[in-house]
Design a protein around this ligand. Structure first.
Ligand code: AFP
Length: 291
């Protein structure tokens, strides 16, 4: 694959990608009420897809793949990247947290833009962002080391904070995985922090990470006894969310190192995820090192 700068200005390509995502966001949201049932298909990670997952994936592939300067479209819903010509690779979780659709709880779309062939690591990341389908439709974009938050109305981007920074005094924590399946070190970490912070976990990474950006704290989907690499996917969830948190002054970790330094060997590989204020990430890493 050639570099985005060969024929296209990569800043322009990134502008096009995020504008297209904002234009599609209301359409994806409008499609949700009629697509709350499970389809009879499973995704490459073995999870049953909702009708809405498939619809959002098709819509995003067609629109983002059609941008001049986008070379590959990859998604959590498809086994292999799809060739769209020359340019950057976009990697998407089209509807992250779609099991929240049934109880009408928040969910989102996560995007990572890589300069290079997939699988690619944090060094190859050009930008990342997410759309949050909450009571308000918002989008955050991490680019050039800075995080911007916008409200999306009628597909238009209205920037409300052009330098999002994680609050210095953390207040919340949210963790995935069944408690008996946590490792000893992770359980000890939670034991230590539960008196200090408020537990808030909704099961949608986009919303659970956004509350950390808003209130400060930590989000983890840790290594489990039954799944040493946890649940979340490196290319579609781990790397973009790590960059988003790091652009806001927070820290990411797979337990020992920044998620942006994890070697990418497989498009659908999983990674333990810890995101939040530095002091909390230091504490979780210390407990995990003691295991
Ligand atoms: P779904 O897309 O299947 O709802 O999974 C959501 C997710 O990938 C991520 O958004 C959550 O953080 C995590 O999985 C929730 O997993 P648990 O249901 O095990 O808490």
């Amino acid at each position: 694959m050639s570099s985005p700068t060969a024929d296209h200005d990569s800043a322009e390509v990134l502008d096009d990608i995020f504008e297209t995502l904002a234009e599609l966001a209301p359409e994806i949201r409008d499609s949700l009420p009629g697509r709350r049932t499970k389809s009879d298909e499973v995704n490459p990670s073995g999870e049953t897809r909702m009708e809405a997952d498939a619809y959002a994936d098709e819509l995003l592939e067609e629109a983002l793949g059609g941008i001049d300067g986008v070379g590959w479209y990859a998604s959590e819903e498809q086994a292999e990247p799809i060739d769209h010509g020359e340019g950057v690779s976009v990697a998407l979780d089209p509807l992250d947290g779609s099991s929240n659709l049934k109880p009408n709880s928040p969910m989102g779309t996560i995007i990572a833009v890589y300069d290079g062939e997939l699988p690619a690591g944090g060094d190859d990341l050009l930008a990342a962002g997410f759309v949050l389908f909450g009571p308000i439709l918002t989008m955050v974009v991490a680019r050039d080391g800075r995080l911007t938050e916008s409200v999306v109305e009628n597909g238009e981007i209205d920037v409300i904070d052009d330098d999002v920074t994680i609050p210095e005094e953390p207040t919340v924590y949210g963790m995935g995985g069944r408690v008996p399946d946590w490792t000893e070190g992770f359980a000890a970490f939670i034991d230590e922090i539960e008196d200090e912070y408020k537990l808030r976990y909704g099961g949608s990474m986009v919303a659970d990470v956004n509350q950390v950006l808003t209130y400060g704290g930590i989000f983890s989907y840790p290594a489990l006894q039954s799944a040493p690499n946890g649940k979340l996917r490196l290319a579609f969830e781990g790397i973009p969310m790590a960059y988003i948190i790091e652009c806001a002054g927070g820290v990411s970790s797979d337990g020992t190192q920044s998620i942006l330094d994890v070697e990418a060997t497989d498009l659908h590989q999983r990674v333990p995820v810890h995101l939040g204020n530095e002091e909390l990430i230091d504490r979780v890493e210390a407990h995990l090192a003691d295991e």
